[in-house]
Write a protein that binds this ligand. Structure first.
Ligand code: SF4
Length: 456
């Protein structure tokens, strides 16, 4: 008998914790611990759905730290077919899907698998807001270990970790730089296409607006700027805020009495400009469901972003000159100087006023504008602009960069130094989107580990 088998024989027998009264009262595991156990693979990777389908988890995906399902970017094979990608929702009880409003929440449209540990006696179907039936899996709680995993990693390192780690000094950074240049050129080409179609100013205006909407409201801002072109707003400078707020659909039509005095005054002024234009524009106004507000930080609420866009239009001459000069310090200073008497002190139209003013466009947003708009535009005219971009300091690390850093480099501490620049973060995102997001094999068939060898 091996030492391990000997030890195992000495251990007390496993007791199934299921069947001892109520599962959750006997176990007292929290939902997050159950999710961590799922993500750690403690329930296994092969299941039978409640409808009898064979389900294989090819990839557990990543923890979703934003509003929406628990896990994003998972890959699941059903009845041996090619894996499909989507989100996974894990609830202690199947009925939580309805209780928590997932059935009517468009954020849950991406769910391909609903997992739970118990269900009521009545039949329950998991349906999305568009009435799509979602595959259900009832987990076997006896598969749980004694203790929940000690930590719940955001993602797990991939097969490329070892070859990247073994590269000679500086080579991993070279790969990130190359991917960043590729991404920059693609962004430049996209803006150039918009400029061909609508002119350079419109392309700049649309690109800046899309950056204000990143990431949940990029499309809403694109629609807004397509429906309200810059050339029209420049002719209607007195009505810029009214038109932008009216067409964005953010102006309340009734119930003004519920707002505090300063909000009523603000809305009255905006309505004065919107009222004569309303019939003309109403049909193009964005529907409330077009905007994503769940999980958005208050300072980044799309209403504040629309106010920022209005200020950008008001100062369009300066914005155009900033594009020409491409001086990051001046660009930061310009956006730091944007003010709006009402929005400096409000997160939304319904929020109480703040006691201290807050920047209309924060520093990290300006860095995103440099990386996604100003530098791509500059590189169209002058490829040497890359060197300035390469030195641009990153403002912060977002969830996707963090996830990608774990998958490729095993975590942020190791990658921290390398990811101090915006360009390298963008390079990492490019690799993540090109390889990780397209991989349905849990790294097994990904070509990136082999290709790393070419950089030696
Ligand atoms: S999918 Fe490819 S690039 Fe992504 S972690 Fe796995 S091996 Fe690395």
């Amino acid at each position: 008998m091996t030492p391990a088998a000997h030890y195992a024989a000495l251990r007390p027998p496993e007791r199934s914790r299921l069947g001892e009264g109520d599962f959750f009262s006997s176990r007292k595991w929290t939902e997050i611990e159950l999710q961590a156990s799922w993500f750690a693979g403690e329930f296994g990777t092969r299941f039978q759905a409640t409808g009898g389908e064979e389900v294989r988890i090819v990839q557990f995906g990543v923890w979703n730290r934003e509003a929406g399902p628990d896990f994003a970017e998972a890959a699941v094979s059903i009845n041996g077919a090619a894996p499909i990608r989507g989100s996974v929702e894990l609830d202690p009880d199947a009925r939580d899907w309805e209780r928590h409003g997932h059935a009517v929440n468009p954020d849950y449209e991406s769910v391909i698998l609903h997992i739970f540990l118990q269900k009521g006696s009545a039949a329950f179907f998991t349906r999305t807001a568009r009435n799509r039936n979602v595959l259900q899996v009832l987990l076997d709680p006896s598969k749980l270990g004694e203790e929940p995993p000690r930590s719940a990693p955001l993602a797990k390192p991939g097969r490329c970790l070892a070859p990247l780690r073994d590269l000679p000094g500086g080579k991993a950074a070279d790969i990130l730089d190359a991917a960043a240049q590729f991404r920059l050129q693609n962004k430049a080409a996209r803006i150039a296409r918009a400029a061909d179609a609508h002119g350079a100013d419109e392309a700049l205006y649309q690109a800046l607006a899309a950056t204000l909407g990143y990431k949940g409201n990029t499309f809403a801002f694109t629609l807004l700027t397509q429906r309200l072109p810059l050339r029209l707003l420049l002719r209607e400078k007195e009505r810029v805020d009214s038109l932008l707020f009216g067409v964005s659909g953010f102006l309340p039509h009734t119930g003004m009495g519920r707002f505090p005095q300063e909000t009523r005054s603000y809305l009255r002024a905006i309505w004065e400009g919107w009222w004569p234009e309303r019939d003309k524009w109403e049909r193009l106004a964005l529907k409330p469901e077009r905007w994503r507000t769940g999980g958005v930080r208050p300072a980044n609420h799309p209403q504040r972003r629309v106010a920022a866009l209005a200020q950008i239009v008001r100062h369009w001459g300066k914005v155009r000159r900033l594009k020409e000069s491409l001086d990051p310090k001046r660009i930061h200073a310009f956006f730091a100087g944007l003010h709006d008497e009402y929005w400096d002190l409000h997160y939304t139209l319904t929020a109480e006023g703040m006691t201290a003013p807050m920047a209309l466009v924060g520093e990290s947003r300006v860095t995103e504008m440099l990386a996604n708009v100003f530098y791509p535009l500059a590189i169209l005219a002058e490829p040497a602009a890359w060197s300035g971009y390469a030195n641009l300091a990153a403002a912060s690390v977002n969830r996707r960069v963090e996830t990608a850093a774990i998958r490729l480099f095993g975590g942020m501490p190791q990658a921290k130094e390398m990811l101090k620049t915006a360009a390298r973060q963008q390079g990492l995102m490019q690799i993540y989107e090109d390889f990780c997001m397209k991989d349905n094999s849990d790294c097994a068939e990904c070509l990136f580990p082999q290709q790393i060898g070419q950089w030696r």
